[in-house]
Ligand binder design. Structure first.
Ligand code: OGA
Ligand code: NI
Length: 349
């Protein structure tokens, strides 16, 4: 009896073999994915930026491309990003192995307390939301690594080593991207990194099981990421969609590339020059999907506000200053509402 109720905490085990979506996952009419058209939309392509030249003579061009992408799309892909293929493949392999472990083994990490620095959970915020999402996730704090790695799952056997290696590379990439983004805004290259304080780095391993009725529910509903910048690794299965010109379009996986998106904190720091954009995840009936976002966020006590150099008479500060802790609490307690949490911190609010 006990084992059964523990096992059904997770989506993976509750519905793996069901023919219907339980009613708690069904979205109201008018808030369901239209699965017929996104793949055929003509506007699929977000910029694909070759990072190879960032440290060479092509730096200026790379910076310019990144700036344009942050301004126009809020999303872009990078290739030649310096995270070795073996590290990326290993990350996806141990993620898959973890979610394929027997339930009692996985449930050792289960918690719905967001204060826990390592935890397995389901949906988004099970304490706040009305409709559940078709997702289980393992959330890990990653920096400084030695403070957290001993909390991470010890099964699969090489989980800590492989995920630790990936998270170190992801951090390097995040720092290089923040440098490029600062430059593209005309700021000193360490401006953004400094503004984020000591900095935190979190990772989610998202597991979206096949869904018998994907037209009724979401893996994740439309949301904007609350952090500064997200580096998303996805396996070969589609599911991510981004809102462009009022239309949801698919960002299909491109081999050896990563998806980068601007989060709310960079929108604030850039004084609205760069945009945090709505995105969501749809599921499918055929294949499981794994994605690994690295969330690069400010330190909880960092005071976030528009960069001084980006404020003038024509562009007054669009946001009040706040700590990231304040921001995240508001974000978390709302569940995943698509209405932007940023509005709560606007100057004229
Ligand atoms: C997220 C997210 C996208 C994906 O976890 O915030 O947007 O493809 N994930 O899983
Ligand atoms: Ni997201």
């Amino acid at each position: 009896m006990y084992l059964l109720s523990m096992a059904t905490l997770l989506l993976t085990d509750l519905v793996a073999h069901g023919k219907q979506v339980p009613s708690s996952y069904i979205r109201p009419l008018g808030d369901r994915p239209n699965l017929l058209y996104p793949e055929s939309s003509p506007k699929l392509n977000i910029p694909l930026i070759d990072y190879q030249e960032f440290d060479g003579p092509g730096r200026h061009r790379v910076v310019k491309e990144i700036g344009l992408a942050c301004q126009n799309d809020g999303f872009f892909m990078v290739k030649n990003h310096c995270i070795p293929e073996t590290v990326v493949d290993g990350m996806l392999r141990v993620s898959r192995e973890f979610f394929h472990l027997p339930a009692p083994e996985r449930l050792k990490c289960y918690s719905d307390d967001p204060k826990k620095t390592t935890r397995l959970s389901t949906s988004f915020n099970v304490r706040a939301e009305k409709v559940s999402n078709w997702r289980d996730f393992l959330r890990l704090h990653c920096h400084p690594l030695e403070d957290f790695i001993h909390e991470w799952p010890a099964n699969p056997q090489d989980f800590r080593e492989v995920v630790g290696e990936y998270s170190k590379h992801a951090r390097e990439l995040a720092l290089r991207l923040l440098e490029a983004i600062a430059e593209s805004l005309g700021l000193e290259k360490d401006n953004l990194v400094k503004a984020l304080g000591k900095q935190a780095q979190h990772m989610a391993i998202n597991y979206y099981p096949p869904c018998p009725q994907p037209e009724l529910t979401y893996g994740l509903p439309g949301h904007k990421d609350p952090n500064a910048i997200t580096i998303l690794l996805q396996d070969g299965v589609s599911g991510l969609q981004v809102l462009r010109d009022d239309e949801w379009v698919a960002i299909n996986p491109v081999p050896n590339s990563l998806v980068i998106n601007i989060g709310d904190q960079l929108q604030v720091l850039s004084n609205d020059r760069y945009k945090s954009v709505l995105h969501r995840v749809v599921v499918n009936s055929q294949r499981e999907r794994i994605s690994v976002p690295t969330f690069y966020c400010p330190s909880p006590d960092a005071l976030i506000k528009p960069a001084e150099a980006l404020i003038d008479e024509e562009h007054p500060a669009a946001y009040k200053s706040f700590t990231y802790e304040e921001y995240y609490e508001r974000f978390w307690n709302r569940g995943l509402l698509s209405a932007s949490c940023l509005d709560l911190f606007k100057v004229n609010n």
